[in-house]
Design a binder for this molecule. Structure first.
Ligand code: FHN
Length: 565
């Protein structure tokens, strides 16, 4: 049932627009990030190696590799008791495990750090622990300390060593926190006792017995967080390694996490995206070739994350025999090959000044811009929306630095590219430009906005922070209205959806006294959605959400307009 008629909605929107007050100007990720440093968030020193590194290896390995189904959630999905699940320890004998080989693969992939699950939610430790004999040395025929061997092998291969520890979930010990009701009476116990006898001693062991830990990655299987008292105990443990950086998923940390998706907008401050090579499984499971992400997708993801100011922690799920899946190694070698040629455009670079580019992404370092062209132009040209004087323009992979032809007009740079891309996955052009490059934001950025219900949050759909959001809620249709003030010309809409299902939607603009549909579409994907269309000029835009999953959170983190070409 339509809650408002089309006319009523239009009227409300128009009245609403007259009430709009101007709001704060738009800040780019870089501007916000720099203010973060000034505010003392993420102090420069210990983050510097990480901001240089950009690319790391995540490893999910444990008893769950033995059954190789339901991956690292096998115990919970199959509701295995501790007694049943721990039987896998007797079979876990990874005779082909070679820490040096793993570290070499990470290094050859261009990965600068490694983070391994020293203890996942199942409670089984890959290291020799006095706190619990449920570990690799005491409970398996292998009897070796995996963490020790990797902590020694990584630095020898120019890879920093990091540890993941499931702090707020332990299905394998009495009293361990968990994001659901216990399914085995042996799991029932007191959380503080568990923390004091298992978790805190094990974190102390990890931060004391294995040399410098570059990154500590705390995890949970749900919304659980430690109490302030528990957090202060954890902080005192973290201080054992003052140069170590910590994620902020469980305790206040040094960087944000984005799991298995890259937000449309750059995340404020330091952040790390974690994702997998073999889809839908962190820990090893039987898979087919269709489950292995294409090399192009992985390289594009790395570029996308880095262009938005983040690091990519890319996961490998080793098999029970101690080897990496063959296809994972193939993909990593392909990424390493690309980085050997283009690493200058990734390592140590900062986020793009341009919030959106139709042909690819941009990273920057000093007075250099690196244009990562992933959509090679049919007509041979790409446009960079900046008026800056160009000092040089060449293909990064061209050792002779032959200059590319270009012209600048109307505040834009038009580069003429070779007919065919030197690298079909991503070709990098390096520009040296004069003066600071000014950020280019969405035309809707922080413009007055108005929405159906949840109106107070409509402004969060048009700000520049992907962590803020406008929730699409019943009754249908839900809508977001943006008043651009001055009429503007745009040909691209980018929408960031983080959770929920939007089935039918359209974008309209106010023209000649009525609403005209710019486009309609269905099934808005999670992450980044981009739609281009012939340029339209208007001062009012309406995002009309007509069908979506009711009763569930439907979260729009960004609604952006660009005049991109
Ligand atoms: O439940 C875990 C999951 O198994 C995996 O370890 C991921 C990695 O980011 N973290 C939790 C889900 O958010």
């Amino acid at each position: 049932m339509k809650f408002y008629s089309q006319f009523q909605r239009g009227l409300i929107i128009l009245i609403g627009s007259l009430l709009m007050l101007p709001v704060a100007s738009c800040k780019s990720g870089e501007e916000k990030a720099s203010s973060a440093k000034e505010n003392g968030v993420n102090p420069g020193g210990k983050m510097e190696w990480w901001r240089e590194a950009k690319f790391g290896m995540f490893i999910h390995w444990g008893l769950y590799a033995v059954p190789a189904n339901d991956y690292e959630w096998h115990m919970r999905y199959q509701k295995k008791s501790i007694a049943e699940y721990s039987q896998y320890a007797k079979q876990f004998n990874p005779t082909q495990f070679d820490a040096d080989e793993w570290a070499k693969i990470a290094n050859e992939a261009g990965m600068k750090y490694m983070v391994i699950t020293t203890k996942h939610h199942d409670g089984f430790a890959l290291f020799d622990s006095e706190a619990s004999s449920y570990n690799m040395v005491d409970a398996t025929p292998f009897k070796r300390d995996i963490v020790k061997e990797l902590a020694e092998a990584c630095p020898k291969n120019d890879v920093r060593f990091g540890t993941y520890y499931s702090l707020m979930t332990d299905w394998g010990h009495a009293g361990g926190a968990m994001g659901c009701d216990p399914w085995d009476p042996a799991q029932v116990g007191d959380l503080d006792t568990y923390f004091n006898t298992i978790a805190f001693p094990q974190v102390r062991e990890l931060l004391t017995n294995y040399g410098p830990i570059a990154e500590l990655w705390f995890d949970t299987d749900g919304p659980l967080k430690p109490t302030p008292a528990q957090t202060s105990r954890i902080d005192s443990l973290i201080r054992l390694q003052p140069n170590m950086i910590v994620n902020n998923r469980v305790v206040p940390g040094d960087f944000n996490n984005a799991e298995r998706h890259v937000p449309a907008q750059a995340i404020f401050g330091d952040w790390e995206a974690c994702d997998m090579i073999i889809d839908n499984s962190w820990g090893y499971r039987e898979y087919g070739p269709e489950n292995v992400k294409p090399l192009s997708e992985l390289i594009h993801q790395l570029i996308d994350v880095v262009s938005k100011g983040g690091n990519l922690l890319l996961n490998v799920g080793p098999k029970a025999d101690g080897t990496f899946p063959k296809e994972s190694v193939e993909r990593l070698m392909g990424m390493g090959k690309w980085l050997k040629i283009n690493g200058e455009a990734i390592y140590g670079t900062g986020r793009s000044p341009f919030d959106y580019l139709p042909w690819g992404r941009c990273t920057r370092k000093g007075d250099r811009l690196y244009l990562h062209v992933t959509e090679w132009p049919q007509d041979g040209d790409i446009v960079v929306p900046m008026p800056n004087e160009v000092l040089s323009a060449s293909l990064l992979a061209d050792p002779s630095h032959n200059q590319l032809a270009y012209e600048t007009s109307k505040g834009e740079l038009r580069l003429q590219l070779p007919k065919d891309p030197p690298d079909s996955i991503a070709t990098v052009i390096v520009l040296e430009v004069k003066d600071e490059v000014q950020p280019v934001h969405s035309l809707a950025c922080n413009k007055p906005s108005f929405a159906s219900l949840d109106e107070s949050k409509s402004k969060f759909a048009v700000d520049s922070d992907p962590y803020t959001y406008w929730d699409v809620i019943d009754p249908k249709p839900a809508w977001l209205f943006v008043d651009l003030g001055e009429a503007a010309t745009f040909n691209t809409v980018r929408i960031g959806l983080s959770t929920g299902k939007i089935h039918e939607f359209s974008v309209k603009c106010w023209k000649n006294g009525s609403w005209e549909t710019v486009f309609s579409d269905s099934d808005l994907p999670r992450g980044e959605y981009v739609k281009t269309f012939p340029p339209v000029t208007s001062n009012k835009v309406w995002f009309d959400v007509t069908e979506f999953d009711s009763g569930k959170t439907c979260r729009i983190n960004s609604f952006e307009l660009f005049d991109a070409h």
